[in-house]
Design a protein around this ligand. Structure first.
Ligand code: LIP
Length: 263
């Protein structure tokens, strides 16, 4: 039987230490490599943060499995304890000194949510949740904005690795633009989900994200009273691969869908 509180405590401590590695990049000129294309960036700090997180969590939970963005093969998703890690979410921001990125660590047990931690070292803001125990930002309880999309900002992603979604995304943006307070493209899906979970924004959508982008943020969002679906309105699970995402309270998502009906 796993102890959710013990796992959450270890993940929070690991994320804090990862934040020190993350911030040490400020002292260096960052060398950047590309992965799937010119916009899919990686640095030695993505790898250093991921390697530290895996080694620290494996020390605490030797039986743990890992599903990580920077692992080429050997990712696993089934097991009693599985950590889903995006070592630096918002890599393009990180590489360009645009201070809006985070470390995202989610944990599942046999496919079910256990806990999620999303830590923004620049702002020293740690969003976290464990299943059934609510969601928090630095110890303050958080919850989604219930309704009235017109009074809230909408976060969106541009799926820069998948440019075939450009026109769909911009069409959706155009439709919601006149029906919300304003729109924001932050560059970090994990933080977008946490900003919705803490009512800083009313809703987030993006055409394509990967499991490591959203796993921890989704656990936090659900504990904050929100939900996330793909564009066909199927509730998001914790499956390998990529998916579209719409995230917010049920009513906010309903209001958003109404803005997308043929104008
Ligand atoms: C990023 C996401 C962002 C998405 C980018 C990229 P990364 O994650 O957080 O929302 O638009 O395509 O996936 O690559 O910086 O970890």
């Amino acid at each position: 039987m796993i102890d959710k509180n013990e796992i959450l405590k270890a993940v929070k401590e690991t994320a804090l230490r990862c934040g020190e590695i993350f911030l040490s990049a400020e002292k260096e000129d960052l060398e950047t490599q590309t992965k799937s294309g010119r916009r899919d960036l990686v640095t030695k700090f993505d790898l250093a943060v991921q390697n530290y997180a895996v080694s620290a969590l494996k020390k605490s939970f030797p039986q743990a499995k890992f599903f990580c963005e920077e692992t080429k093969d050997g990712n696993e998703l089934s097991g009693e304890i599985v950590f889903i890690i995006d070592p630096i979410d918002g890599t393009a921001n990180f590489v360009n000194g645009f201070h809006h990125s985070c470390i995202s660590i989610g944990c599942l047990s046999f496919g079910e949510a256990v806990c999620g931690v999303v830590f923004d070292p620049y702002k020293n803001e740690m969003f976290f949740a464990s299943k059934g125990n609510g969601a928090f930002l630095n110890g303050r309880k958080i919850s989604v904005a219930k309704n009235d999309l017109g009074s809230k900002m909408v976060m969106f992603g541009t799926s820069p690795y998948n440019t075939e979604l450009r026109d769909t995304t911009l069409e959706m943006l155009k439709n919601v633009y006149s029906n919300c307070l304003d729109v924001r493209r932050s560059g970090s899906a994990a933080l977008d989900l946490c900003y919705v979970a803490s009512s800083k924004a009313g809703l987030y959508f993006e055409g394509i994200v990967s499991l490591w982008d959203y796993a921890a943020g989704l656990i936090i969002l659900r504990e904050a009273g929100g939900e996330a679906y793909d564009f066909s309105m199927k509730p998001l699970g914790f499956k390998e691969g990529k998916t579209s995402i719409i995230a917010g309270s049920t009513e906010m998502i309903e209001e958003f869908l109404n803005t997308q009906k043929t104008q």
